[in-house]
Design a protein. Structure first.
Length: 520
């Protein structure tokens, strides 16, 4: 049933001549200069024959309809213009129109091959009312060369059914049942057999069904017939599924005089970043993913996304990331005849914890690293900025895992808590060899450190050594011998991390030595 909260409002858009509009509006295309009165049909192969898939308005006026064979259509109209059906191109155009409709609301859903549904709850006042919003939307689409029908109602099914007519209809809240009474029963979307059964029973309009008891209708024509009827009448609630996520914080600027200059765009992004940051501060959050949307006057929409390694709500930092991203685009931002709307949203947010200043400057260092990571992500792409996170194992080569930095959540950190104290040498080298490199070593018997070793044909005399540190294998994974690790320094001051497998004994094979890493 309907929710008791504030009623939702929906705007349905139908594109009855999508395919022919697409062909006619393409610049320098074979059909771009075709007069509107010249009939154009889109055809496809069906059941071994070429049939009409989508006639344009002129073809419909002359009696052509979907399903009619091309041979029969040509027999009727000798000047018929024919084009092949391209579903992928039609779908891409609907996606582009849906992107464009985001200027009215972020809640836009696809419906079928030629329909859109917009949840406009709470936004109509920005356009001076629902009727003005609908007029603005349909007039703009017409200016883009697209024929569109539209209707607004309190239920998606109601708006969708009324949008099949070229009449622009706005149904007052609570009047959905009255609005759909005159519609034919085909508005229910039932299969042909049940539509024929309804017609034989003398039920030809939606109004013939609305006042009838539901149980007999369900028993005779199916439960889904009643469900569709109640959705159509606005009795049964059926929310839409928006095609894109809704931002947690959103700000926008509308321009009556479109802007195209880079400085104006940068200044707008800076102001929007400040607005979004203020909204995030109110929520106690910071953004991890921000998206700027640029709406051109010709209907094209471009979206630019940046990500941050940690929650961020510093306006200057956010604006700088977009500046970095715009500079690095392989396909530069093309303003065309200008942008009449620019929007900035925070799509991924997390609780914001302000950095605490410390006497040793670690907080400042962390902020500087995070800022560098963010800028690298903006310039090279977030998927190309990787970091090491610790793993719960004591095997050195498995101790870390490399992941994209921007996929880490608030509970995961790139910072490592087990760091040596200031002035203390590190326990592990910064760089490891994978796999470890074999060396020839002379060691103290039976399990002492190496006295010298040869690596890559160079002999190193050991001046200092510390160890052994025994690391046993993970028996549940691959077994293997124990490793005895030594931190050694040669006479030239270079420091190495070596390990020995086995130990010296008369009844055992010679132990093997490996170089696993280098200390800085």
């Amino acid at each position: 049933m309907k929710s008791s909260s504030s009623p939702r409002r929906y705007c349905a858009i139908r594109l009855p001549f999508l395919a022919s509009n697409r062909l006619r509006r393409r610049p320098n295309a074979p059909h771009s200069g075709l007069p509107a009165e010249t009939p154009l049909v889109i055809v496809e192969k069906a059941k071994g024959a070429i049939a009409i898939a989508a006639p344009d308005a002129a073809a419909i006026d002359l009696g052509l309809a979907p399903g009619l064979s091309l041979a029969e259509a040509r027999a009727r109209l000798s000047d018929l213009v024919v084009a092949e059906h391209d579903p992928a191109a039609d779908d891409a155009l609907v996606e582009a129109i849906a992107d464009w409709c985001d200027r009215y609301t972020p809640l836009v859903a696809r419906h079928g091959a030629r329909g859109l549904m917009l949840d406009i709850t709470g936004v109509a006042h920005l356009f001076k009312g629902e009727a003005a919003l609908l007029d603005d939307l349909l007039t703009r689409l017409d200016g883009l060369g697209l024929t569109a029908f539209g209707a607004i109602a309190g239920a998606p099914a109601t708006a969708r059914a009324l949008a099949r007519s070229p009449r622009r209809t706005v149904v007052e809240p609570g009047r959905e049942a009255s609005a759909v009474r005159p519609l034919p029963i085909s508005a229910l979307g039932l299969d042909p057999a049940r539509l024929q059964a309804l017609a034989r029973a003398g039920l030809k309009t939606v109004g013939d069904l609305i006042d009838r008891p539901r149980a007999p209708l369900a028993a005779r024509f199916g439960a889904d017939c009643v469900e569709r009827l109640e959705r159509l009448a606005g009795i049964l609630e059926h929310p839409i599924s928006p095609r894109r996520p809704v931002p947690a914080a959103l700000a926008e600027r509308i321009f009556f005089q479109p802007i195209a200059h880079a400085d104006d765009i940068a200044a707008t992004l800076a102001r929007l970043a400040a607005d979004v940051a203020s909204l995030l501060e109110t929520r106690g959050e910071g953004g991890r993913s921000f998206e700027a949307s640029f709406y051109r006057v010709d209907g094209d929409v471009r979206r630019i996304t940046v990500a941050t390694a940690r929650p961020n709500r510093a306006p200057k930092a956010i604006a700088r990331l977009f500046h970095e991203k715009l500079d690095a685009l392989s396909d530069p931002l093309d303003a065309g005849f200008g942008f009449d709307l620019i929007r900035l949203g925070a799509f991924r947010t997390e609780p914001f914890v302000a950095a605490q200043a410390s006497l040793d400057g670690h907080a400042l260092d962390d902020e500087a690293v995070a800022d560098l990571v963010d800028r690298l992500g903006a310039r090279f792409g977030p998927e190309r900025v990787l970091g090491f996170v610790p793993e719960d194992t004591h095997i050195p080569e498995r101790r870390t895992r490399m992941v994209p930095v921007f996929t880490l959540g608030a509970e995961e950190r790139l910072n490592w808590d087990e760091m040596p104290a200031a002035g203390e040498p590190p326990l592990r080298p910064l760089s490891l060899f994978d796999p470890p490199e074999p060396v020839e070593a002379l060691g103290e018997v039976p399990d002492g450190p190496p006295l010298s070793f040869r690596w890559r044909r160079v002999l190193h005399q050991v001046a200092r050594a510390e160890g052994p540190e025994r690391i046993a294998p993970e028996w549940w994974r691959d077994g293997g011998p124990d490793r005895d690790y030594f931190r050694v320094e040669d006479r030239k001051g270079a420091r190495f991390w070596l390990y020995r497998e086995g130990f010296y004994a008369a009844d055992r094979p010679q132990p093997r030595w490996f170089l696993h890493g280098l200390f800085a």
